[in-house]
Design a binder for this molecule. Structure first.
Ligand SMILES: [Zn+2]
Length: 309
C-alpha cells in the first residue's frame, strides 16, 4: 500500500468518525424526588451528577413538593437542582395525571399550576423555562385531543419535550429499592447492573433504527427518573455511553437535529419513543416494537415483588 493510499484511509477514518459522532441529551423526570428527603444524609442524584459535568434537563412535578410535610426541605431540594449551571428546567405538570383520562381544562390548570414555583426559580437563575413533558408521555387519546393541547402549549410558549430512548428505569428502581430495603446488597447490585446493560441494548436498538431510517446517527434524547437507582447507576451508564462514543449535549442542542422537525404521526395515548412516532406506517411501527430488547425477565420479577410487598 502506498503512503498516499494510507493517507487517504486516515483521512477517510477521520471523516467517518466525525460522521458517526454519537450525541445524547440526558433528561430526568419527576424531579424532585422528595421521598429522598428523609434520607438527607445519603447521596442524592443531584449531588451525584455534579461530578459528571454533563448537561441535563429536569422535568419538575411541583406536586412532589407537597408529598411530604417538610415543604421547606423539599423546596430546598428543588432549588438545589435549579441553581446548577448545567441543569435546564422543564414543566412536567403538577399532579402527573394522564392527559387522556382527564378533562382538557383540568389538564391545562395542571400545567399552569406546575409552573408556579419552577417558573420563579427559572427567572431567579436566569434560565429558560419552555419545555413541557407530558406525564407518561400521554399526548392524548386521539388526534383531536392531541391538537387541542398542542394549541394551548403553543399559546403558553411551551415546546413538547420528546424522547427517543428510555429503558423502564422506574421498574428497575422498584426492584432495586425492594432489595435495598431487604438489605440484599448483592441482588440490588445485580439489578442495577442489569439496568445499565439493558439501557445499552436499547441505545443500540434505537441507533440501528435511526441509521436505517436516516442513514446516520441522530441526536438521541434519553429519558430517566430522579430515583435511587439512577443515584447509584446513572454515573456508570454515562461512563459506558462515553465508551460507546457518546458526547453529552443539552436538550436544546439535541432538538436542533432536523429529525425533530418531523410530524408526530401517532395519535394514541401510549408513551412511545418519538422514533416510532415519526414512522407513518403503523404495521412497520408495530413490527419494530416487537424487536425491542426483551424485558420479560425484569417484568416478571417486578410483578412478583409487587404482589409480595
Ligand atoms: Zn413522570
Amino acid at each position: 500500500m502506498t503512503r498516499y493510499m494510507i493517507q487517504i484511509l486516515i483521512l477517510l477514518n477521520i471523516n467517518l468518525f466525525a460522521y458517526s459522532q454519537k450525541k445524547v441529551a440526558i433528561t430526568i423526570d419527576d424531579v424532585p424526588n422528595t421521598i429522598r428527603t428523609k434520607y438527607y444524609n445519603k447521596p442524592i442524584l443531584s449531588e451525584k451528577i455534579d461530578s459528571l459535568k454533563i448537561p441535563v434537563t429536569i422535568f419538575i412535578n411541583e406536586g412532589l413538593l407537597y408529598q411530604t410535610n417538610i415543604f421547606s426541605k423539599n423546596l430546598e431540594l428543588l432549588e438545589n437542582w435549579a441553581q446548577k449551571k448545567y441543569v435546564s428546567l422543564g414543566n412536567h405538570s403538577f399532579h402527573h395525571s394522564r392527559y387522556s383520562t382527564i378533562k382538557i381544562d383540568s389538564f391545562k390548570t395542571d400545567i399552569l399550576k406546575g409552573a408556579e414555583i419552577s417558573g420563579r426559580l427559572a427567572k431567579k437563575y436566569k434560565k429558560a423555562y419552555d419545555y413541557f413533558r407530558f406525564p407518561f408521555n400521554d399526548l392524548g387519546k386521539d388526534s383531536v385531543q392531541q391538537v387541542q393541547i398542542k394549541q394551548f402549549l403553543d399559546l403558553k410558549g411551551y415546546q413538547i419535550a420528546p424522547f427517543t430512548i428510555e429503558s423502564s428505569d422506574w421498574m428497575f428502581n422498584c426492584i432495586y429499592e425492594h432489595y435495598l430495603n431487604k438489605g440484599d446488597q448483592i441482588k440490588a447490585k445485580q439489578i442495577g447492573e442489569l439496568y445499565v446493560d439493558k439501557t445499552l441494548d436499547y441505545f443500540i436498538f434505537f441507533e440501528e433504527i435511526a441509521r436505517d431510517e436516516y442513514n446516520r446517527d441522530i441526536r438521541q434524547i434519553y429519558l430517566c427518573h430522579d430515583n435511587t437507582l439512577n443515584t447509584h447507576f446513572l454515573p456508570i451508564l454515562i461512563r459506558r455511553l462515553k465508551k460507546r462514543g457518546y458526547k453529552f449535549i443539552s436538550l436544546e442542542n439535541a432538538l436542533t437535529d432536523r429529525v425533530y422537525k418531523q410530524e408526530n404521526t401517532y395519535f394514541k395515548k401510549w408513551g412511545i419513543s418519538w422514533i416510532y412516532r415519526w414512522i407513518n406506517d403503523g404495521a412497520k411501527r408495530i413490527e419494530l416494537m416487537k424487536q425491542e430488547p426483551s424485558m420479560v425477565k425484569v417484568e416478571r420479577l417486578y410483578d412478583k415483588i409487587m404482589n409480595s410487598d
